[in-house]
Design a protein around this ligand. Structure first.
Ligand SMILES: [Zn+2]
Length: 149
């Protein structure tokens, strides 16, 4: 702790476990990951975009999405970042990379871990493929990562 005229810096930690009802659309999205190893989006009836992960509403058109569409298992790495600073909130040890992936058949992108351990091999626009976790439990980490093809 510091008490100079610039103000004090206090350190703390908030641990905030929570539960909520995922709703019908997110529930099916996670069941598809867990039971069928499928990544599902939903199509907007107006703009026809396939939104991934599946959303109940299209945020552009303000209408309910109505058609389930399987996307992937491959996609394009739109962009990525490499993390060297460790933290308990990261699901893997550093260095690790997070990517924004546009799955084949999708019109929006998903943020997830990249499985390439040599992060210097990552490139914008490269093809990646989903790797599912061996033990799945209805969670976004049922997708273990995306790996370069
Ligand atoms: Zn729409």
């Amino acid at each position: 702790m510091s008490d100079h005229m610039g103000g004090m810096v206090l350190h703390g930690k908030i641990d905030l476990p929570f539960s909520y009802s995922a709703g019908k659309t997110a529930s099916r999205f996670f069941v598809e990951l867990r039971d069928h190893q499928r990544i599902m989006g939903k199509r907007c009836p107006l703009c026809r975009r396939v939104i991934v992960p599946a959303q109940l509403f299209c945020k552009e058109c303000f209408v309910e999405t109505d058609e389930w569409v399987e996307v992937g298992p491959e996609g394009t790495l739109v962009t990525f970042t490499v993390v060297y600073h460790k933290g308990n909130h990261h699901p893997k040890n550093v260095p690790l990379a997070y990517g924004i992936i546009k799955l084949d058949g999708a019109d929006t992108s998903i943020v997830h871990l990249l499985g390439e351990t040599d992060v210097t091999k990552l490139e914008h626009g490269m093809k990646v493929r989903v790797v599912f976790s061996e033990k799945r439990k209805g969670h976004i980490l049922d997708i273990e990562c995306f790996r370069p093809v």
